[in-house]
Design a protein around this ligand. Structure first.
Ligand SMILES: Nc1nc2c(ncn2[C@@H]2O[C@H](COP(=O)(O)OP(=O)(O)OP(=O)(O)O)[C@@H](O)[C@H]2O)c(=O)[nH]1
Ligand SMILES: [Mg+2]
Length: 358
């Protein structure tokens, strides 16, 4: 397999350099170390732990520190951002985790129905725990959300808080954990009430990465999905890595209808929703890949196609060559933004280990 190797290595090397650099103020800094310790101390004290992972990278987004605790029925693996992952692969990953005796749950934190179903599931689980421990129902249950940065812990906590309060017909002001597309946003542990009778509180926590990530492939996937701050990696490297994945997938085959759009520039000017830009980008990528005669298993051919795509995308994104010195950087950021919001297909980047009997 080439395929994505040199792109992976390049990205992985730069992430490794940053993680090794003691001067990096972002990576495993004083605040991350303190938060990691605080979370570690609380794990044995809470009733349930929800380990949020990114459904696009169910293994690479593991919260490694949790390995120090025996896996138990108190731990649930939440595969969040399922709307961005490949749907059938998510089903396979669910089967994999069940096969490994974990309790997995796939979710889109922005989907109210998903959150309602999850709340019902969680309340049933809490009742089971209370029955087995002979607790009475008035006792408060604490559930802690943990995970690496940017997997959607705060978005998930907010949605549970909102829907939980509405279902319980509770009045009063809603709290709000900060949600942003940048990793490393949450700095403190915050408690949000998500259910009454019995009372359930959820603890949102800061995202924690391992002190060092040595595996280039894992680093690249973390960077592409947004768990590592963008300013630490070259955006063009990220975009090249993404294009190498797209070019070997079947996703672009759905975009043929966008490749016959004429007069792109005029239409972009008149379209205020940006939908047209997305269609123009899909159409351009479809044309480039389907017209390419090389062998994408060969690295030099893949590089050649990606270079051609960067040129085509200048027009599709309507980027003016006069306005920017780093045109490739601009194209790269725009492309990554579309990928991360699911508008350039749904990819699950991790593959299931062979040991699985599922
Ligand atoms: N498409 C999609 N986006 C999501 C989902 N959940 C969260 N997001 C987005 O992912 C980004 C990160 O969400 P946060 O909730 O801030 O992530 P976090 O894990 O709390 O991040 P840190 O506090 O930095 O560790 C935001 O742009 C969210 O809107 C989801 O299920 N689907
Ligand atoms: Mg957060």
């Amino acid at each position: 397999m080439v395929r994505t190797t040199s792109f992976v290595q390049k990205l992985g090397d730069s992430v490794k350099k940053v993680s090794e650099s003691k001067s990096s103020s972002w990576w495993y800094n004083h605040h991350m170390r303190a938060a990691s310790r605080a979370i570690f101390e609380r794990i044995p004290l809470v009733d349930l732990v929800l380990e949020v992972r990114d459904a696009r990278i169910p293994l690479s987004s593991e919260y490694e520190q949790l390995r120090n605790f025996p896996s138990s029925s108190r731990n649930i693996i939440v595969l969040n951002k399922m709307d961005l992952a490949n749907r059938s692969k998510t089903k396979e990953w669910m089967a994999y985790f069940k096969d490994q005796n974990y309790i997995p749950y796939a979710i889109n934190s922005h989907n109210k129905d998903n959150i309602k179903e999850f709340l019902n599931f969680l309340q049933a689980k809490v009742r089971d725990i209370k029955r087995s421990k002979h607790f009475n129902n008035s006792e408060t249950t604490t559930v802690m959300i943990i995970g690496i940065p940017n997997v959607g812990k705060s978005a998930f906590a907010n949605s549970l808080h909102q829907i939980g309060r509405i279902s319980a017909a509770e009045k009063g002001k809603l709290k709000h954990a900060t949600v942003t597309p940048q990793p490393g946003e949450t700095k403190n542990i915050t408690s949000l009430k998500i259910a009454s009778h019995p009372n359930i509180y959820i603890l949102d926590t800061p995202g924690i990465l391992p002190p060092e990530i040595l595996d280039a492939e894992r680093s690249s996937k973390l960077a592409l999905t947004g768990a590592i701050a963008d300013f630490l990696v070259d955006q063009s490297d990220l975009a090249q890595y993404f294009l190498s994945i797209l070019n070997l997938s079947d996703e672009y085959k759905n975009w043929e209808k966008f490749s016959i759009i004429d007069n792109i520039e005029n239409q972009i000017m008149n379209d205020h929703t940006q939908d047209f830009v997305v269609q123009a980008v899909r159409g351009a990528l479809f044309q480039d890949i389907s017209a390419f005669k090389g062998n994408l298993e060969e690295e030099k051919d893949m590089v050649q196609l990606i270079e051609a795509q960067f040129t085509t995308l200048i027009k599709a994104f309507n980027v003016s060559l006069d306005s920017f010195t780093d045109v490739n950087g601009v194209i790269a950021s725009k492309l990554i933004n579309l990928y991360r919001t699911g508008r350039l297909g749904h990819y699950t980047l991790d593959t299931i280990p062979r040991t699985c009997k599922c």
